[in-house]
Design a binder for this molecule. Structure first.
Ligand SMILES: [Zn+2]
Length: 324
């Protein structure tokens, strides 16, 4: 390619990046303040055939095998599992425990959310993120058949809370794991907070209590922090465990992160790991306190989870959608 062609290509790339960043920021501004905005996006997603639960969800991989499950991990995006608890998972594998990992979103956002990206591009991105996630987990012997994706839009979990709760109900009921890991609510990423709230609230309703949460990043704790701590909480939490990561374990964590090439996260290999038993009740208090969505937008979501009728609807939906 001649020099003019190279310059044109460079300008195109910069333009594209700026456009996506500008659009993403405008979307973020509105979707955290105006309830109607997310409903509007959901209509677009439906009409474009991107997200129609449960059979048409971009990047969904739910070919569940119901064999023994010691550890079930919920990660909003492929790579959160490694950044948040890569070493914890490695130690479970050393004890020959069986791990299953659920990516809640398809990881398609990057430089633009899937609802306004070209469908084929979003699809390729979803495939790539899952592929990278499975290569990383293969390093500690978690096979592809044990890695699922709910196929929710990256950056748009708040639009599909009910669907997420249906899937969580099915996974907990069918896999009956010994232990569950999920994000804490900490205001680092809306998808992390939504995943945490949905998992904790659903497990509470199901009477499943062995849930642990992990911290990752939030405004006062940038990604890559070595000694990660939970935010102080209004809810009494005990049994915080900071993982001392050995140099050998660090190498494994770094190697796993290196497979997430599209994210460039291997530079955060020093990210620490801290876990604690999750308090399942009243996680709405944390949501209102830390999640960067306005209270008026959060209220309808929280109310859904507080209504018993919501959970009886889930049971019906679950038996219709996942009968095996
Ligand atoms: Zn994430």
């Amino acid at each position: 390619m001649n020099i003019t062609g190279q310059i044109k290509r460079f300008i195109f790339k910069v333009n594209r990046f700026v456009d996506d960043r500008v659009i993403s920021n405008i979307i973020l501004y509105f979707r955290t303040r105006v309830t109607f905005f997310d409903k509007f996006i959901k209509v677009i997603e439906y009409h474009r055939g991107l997200y129609r639960y449960p059979n048409q969800m971009l990047g969904r991989k739910m070919d569940i095998n119901f064999d023994k499950t010691d550890v079930l991990v919920f990660a909003a995006h492929p790579d959160d599992d490694i950044l948040g608890i890569g070493t914890v998972l490695y130690r479970h594998r050393l004890k020959d425990e069986k791990i299953k990992v659920v990516f809640v979103t398809n990881g398609t956002a990057g430089n633009g959310e899937s609802w306004y990206r070209r469908k084929d591009k979003a699809k390729n991105r979803a495939n790539l993120r899952y592929h990278e996630g499975s290569l990383a987990l293969a390093q500690i012997g978690v096979s592809k058949k044990d890695i699922y994706c709910l196929g929710l839009p990256d950056g748009g979990t708040q639009r599909y809370m009910k669907q997420m709760a249906v899937d969580i109900t099915m996974l907990i009921n069918k896999l009956n794991p010994n232990r569950v890991y999920v994000h804490g609510i900490e205001g680092g990423h809306i998808d992390h907070d939504m995943t945490s709230f949905a998992v904790k609230s659903t497990c509470h309703k199901l009477g499943y209590f062995n849930v642990f949460e992990y911290t990752q990043y939030y405004p006062a704790q940038p990604i890559g922090t070595e000694k990660v701590k939970f935010l102080s909480s209004t809810i009494d939490k005990t049994g915080v465990e900071m993982i001392e990561i050995s140099e050998d374990e660090r190498k494994i964590k770094r190697k796993m992160l290196s497979f997430h090439k599209s994210q460039g996260v291997d530079k955060y290999y020093r990210q620490g790991e801290t876990i604690r038993k999750a308090e399942l009740k009243n996680s709405d208090i944390e949501l209102y306190r830390y999640c960067p969505i306005s209270s008026s937008c959060l209220e309808p979501l929280v109310q859904d989870f507080q209504m018993n009728i919501f959970f009886s609807e889930l049971t019906v939906l679950e038996s219709e959608n996942h009968s095996v």
